[in-house]
Design a protein around this ligand. Sequence first.
Ligand code: SF4
Ligand code: SF4
Length: 502
Amino acid sequence: MSVVFKEVPGEWTSFCPECFQPLDARFETTPHGVFTVKTCPSHGETRDLLFRHPALFDRCMEYMKWHDPGPANPDCPQDCGLCHAHASPSAITTIDLTNACNMHCPFCFAAAEKKEEQFWPGPEQIRSMLELARPNRGHMATVQFSGGEPTLSPHFFEAVSMAGELGFLWVQAVTNGIKLGRSPDYALQAKAAGLKGVYLQFDGVEDRIYRATRGQDLMALKEAAVEHCRAAGLSVTLVVTLIKGVNDDQVGPILNFAIDHLDAIVGLSFQPLAFTGRVPYAERMQKRYTLSDLAVDMETQTGGRINALRDFVPLSATRPISEYMDLFRPSEQSEKALVCSCHPLCGLGTYILVNGRTKEFIPLPQLFDWDGILQELHDRAAASKRAWGRSRLWGAVELTRVLFRHRRKDGPKFSALQLVKIFDAMTGGRVFHLSKKRRYEWRLILAAGMHFMDNYNFLAERSRSCVVHYATPDGRMIPFCTYNSGPTFRNAIEEQFKGGGA
Ligand code: SF4
Ligand code: SF4
């Protein structure tokens, strides 16, 4: 059984959700949204909503202009590991420290509560997975420990320390926050071990939401986890599983929560629910949340201060920024910047400038012609193949000029000094690593969604450019959506390595 790629634009490849036979897929645009449609000779037609708002689908597809699909592998995704044809380095490598969990959520892509015998990699296995992930095709590497609930692993702190020793640029944990919320010391210990960030499960700002998504009241615990992370100096990204009709009214309130906790929270990661198991069409349509819903809900729930079409671009649109930064690495041999070269249909986001004192917020595309900036950076990166050794300060000055050139005439008015402060918020300690400390009151939050695939909406063309990879104990790197859906490598690997590892 193999899935065959189609190179012709507009032709897409998937499989039957019942028998996994490879199938061609197509997009169908209707007044109710853009659907993926595929037909199995044995099991009939499967259709699923991909984008509820066609204009935002078209907006994403504009960015195919910078997308490099790489060579085709006729045995994708069965040939995973990564295969020779995979088109992207990793932006985040995920290492599961267990599939056990201390919660029993009604919605869980890892189906953690259903596993009878659990998976507990030992220190040697963890090290070998980290060593596997570290080279990352010559790009800087980040790692996140996940699960199940990774803080249940007896090797959690050791794993974090190992990642630091191996020189990962960023080390984070994906957690429900139970341990962090119950104990300020736990956050301090994690920080001391070298943890930099926490991807905190955060479905809303009211207990009624957690009762629906997690089966219990959790708001006080989430607030305590954020506070303990703040006190320990851990950066927090709120990770929101979005389910239509359950918590889609929480997009704006979660942004407001982030603005109120700006000294800890650096980002919002919205993840529309991916279905596991067999789910009938009517139930899927009732709960299916799409990336365009996120952009439109953000607009509606912020009273129009964020504009869906102007402000949201695919995550892969940031690729020219990485390529431009690469011009200013110390030498040709130096590691390249992290790059988010996923498929334009995989993620959608916007950068929001927030004033920590006044709580004022402005999406960056309201200040700048974002498309113009990205095009200029792309052109510069393409033209200046050899700028190695030029200082980062030079790069920052050049980037400032690019930004100023693309300032919107009809945007909010800022003095030159204010714009320098905003630029500092955008670059200080992050983009060019020029400054360790943030010196001004403006902060930048990334509000982004990634729509993980399931058996109903799987497209191999997305998986082959995936930038979120699992490192597995059998020495493979497997794209996130391939690991959790389709032939489902997760089940096979957890079965093979169940029990405690070395
Ligand atoms: S998902 Fe990527 S690594 Fe896996 S088989 Fe396809 S192209 Fe290769
Ligand atoms: S994890 Fe899934 S949605 Fe995200 S980049 Fe990979 S293929 Fe795309």
